[in-house]
Design a protein around this ligand. Structure first.
Ligand code: ZN
Length: 135
């Protein structure tokens, strides 16, 4: 009488003589293997989907660049403005320069913030992916 090496059942009908596994255990084992294969496939699919978001990283760099371009162009504009003035009064220098500084500061902060937010999105996406893969 063949005995199943998995569950120990003794049965002529269901236990395979060569593998010594009954049909019920055979079913269980193949299901388990299939599920494991599917899980591995899911994980690799997730890994492929969540890349590094190169476009977001690029846009973040562009935003950073725009922030600095604003600062440099303001400096140049400011210097040229002062040069073109003919014996300017203190008010003629002070107010436009303060205006330029204020606008430049706002421009810089806004574009740097955009740059940081884009990087933040990439980081969040990476974290979410890692958490998902751990499950
Ligand atoms: Zn069995």
């Amino acid at each position: 009488m063949p005995i199943c090496k998995e569950c120990g059942i003794e049965n002529d009908w269901s236990v395979d003589i060569t593998t010594k596994i009954c049909s019920e255990c055979h079913e269980k084992i193949t299901t388990k293997i299939r599920q494991e294969k599917e899980k591995v496939q899911r994980d690799t699919d997730l890994g492929k989907k969540a890349k590094t978001y190169p476009s977001l990283i690029f846009l973040s760099r562009v935003a950073k660049f725009i922030a600095w371009v604003g600062v440099f162009s303001s400096l140049i504009i400011g210097v040229f403005y002062i040069i073109t003035l003919n014996r300017p009064s203190i008010m003629e220098i002070l107010f436009p320069v303060l205006g330029i500084v204020l606008i430049t500061f706002i421009h810089f902060v806004v574009w740097r913030a955009i740059s940081e937010i884009l990087i933040l999105f990439v980081d969040i996406a990476k974290d979410v992916r890692e958490i998902r893969l751990k499950k």
